[in-house]
Design a binder for this molecule. Sequence first.
Ligand code: FES
Length: 275
Amino acid sequence: MNPGTIALILVAVSVVAWALFMVNVTVRRQRKAATGAASREHPVGTHDSKGATVVPSTAAVGAGAGGGDVTVDTVPKEKLKPLTPEQLAVSRRQLLNRAWAASFSAFLGFFGMATLSFLWPKLTGGFGTRITVGSHEDLLRQIGPEGNFQPLFVPEGRFWLTYYEGDPGDVPVYLAVGAAEAKMQALYRKCVHLGCSVPHCGTSMLFECPCHGSKYRLTGEYYGGPAPRGLDRFPITIEDGMVVVDTGDTQEGPPRGVSTWDQFAEPKGPLCVPT
Ligand code: FES
């Protein structure tokens, strides 16, 4: 079942439970009030409508004024009278109170559903999920030597797909899951300095942050500027010939000083963001 549907059901059940609780409280209160009214009509020790004396059922038997025994019959406990139609009727005030409570409940329910729907993670695609980018062969042609090593931006996953010249047998100097096998890396475009989006510069072949000038190589490794490390990245796998990137598992970028690809260790041309 869709998580959003589960959330809606939970909210709906909560609202119904709350409404039932409120109805129960209201009914109890009304019954109590009606009982109190009946007691006031026939208080203990007074005369009822037929002129009989009403005394407690546990009334003691006492001596009369003349010293003789006086027997007082124990008066049976007065039964509660059923509520009159007037008592059962809903007063205008009660009607307004209930209408107000119902509207407030409906508002709370809709507000809760809207909030949950907004906060509930969207697991059906987009950033934070596994994204199928496309055919491995096609992407290699696009971002590899045939495509002049131009990285491809994937907006759905907020990452740059770049060619990676590595050997699966190499000892990894940093975490780059699947990069050597796929010959490509998925670099999170968020600058590790203060979070700006980092564009790629076609002339220098570096990623250059426009905010404070941090620069990263084609591999996402640190080149210059205030950034504390290289760009973060996502695990990449090949499944049935398709490139799949898990954007829900961010891996910290390589530390400063790492440079694994001589060809792009230095800028290839003028910088887009001068230092
Ligand atoms: S946010 Fe990129 S260099 Fe500061």
